[in-house]
Design a protein around this ligand. Sequence first.
Ligand code: NAD
Length: 280
Amino acid sequence: MNNMAQFQLNGFAIVVGAAGGVGKEVGLSFAEAGAKGILFADIDYEAATKVAEASKALALSPTYRALSVKVDVVDVNSVQGMIDLTAKEFGRIDYCINAAGVDVAEYVPFDQTDPDDYDRVLGINTKGIFLVTRAVAKFMQSQEPAQITLKRHGARDLGRGSIVNVSSAMALVAVPNKVPYTTSKHAITGLTRACAMDYKSAGIRCNQVCPVWIRTPMLEEEFQRVPETAAFVKKVAAVGRPLESDEVASACVYLCSPSAVYINGTTLTLDSAILAGPIV
Ligand SMILES: NC(=O)c1ccc[n+]([C@@H]2O[C@H](COP(=O)([O-])OP(=O)(O)OC[C@H]3O[C@@H](n4cnc5c(N)ncnc54)[C@H](O)[C@@H]3O)[C@@H](O)[C@H]2O)c1
């Protein structure tokens, strides 16, 4: 473990979508980075509970606690129940990572897009983040700002909390045949900025990470559906491979760490220069 306090965590976290490829790695990385407690939340309770158990062997904090809960992010009461449980068990929520999400049912052009699938994808990917953020920010506002003493740099105010939305490069650009997904992710850019504006004076930060393809079950499914994607990723990503989920998790750790106190309302793109200019 490094000695830089700027890169260590010492608060309590909620990871939503904790059973997924990204959410699991976020939870494990937060435990390794020093989180004192993590609530692993997912609609798949059993899988979230297994991740919570696995995190205990990795935790840096000697007093680390891992809990799990079933949550459906589109259900207001279920989301409030998750926040109430965390508040009761941990007393604080310092970090909230929104990593639940779904892909479209079918890759089809705009005019063949099923309106029900549009509602489903926007419901989970966008309204889900809205409902979680709304509830968590309300709680964060009620807690005292956290302080830390950085070794060479003295005392620093960490604010009341950090929210990180796991969005996608599809928040910034479109690809063919994924209208609901692309729209849902673009909307997260708006949600992230709106949250930062409404809570910046309360010391609550909200940022989004925008990864391209990540090596997860979601990507394996995409490779099956559109086999040429694998060769395309290899060609366009400067590093010649998809992102690893721990690389996405590290970005989330960074945005919640004392080193990112100045970063609010922003987008951290993880794209190996794919969006930097035309593909040549
Ligand atoms: N895999 C990729 O290539 C990739 C690339 C860019 C962005 N992303 C984004 O990263 C996020 C995580 O993706 P992943 O690859 O880990 O996917 P995943 O399918 O492995 O995980 C998503 C998790 O969300 C949970 N979930 C789904 N609906 C839910 C609901 N209503 N309430 C609570 N939990 C629910 C699932 O149970 C699952 O555990 C998503 O928002 C996705 O869009 C993924």
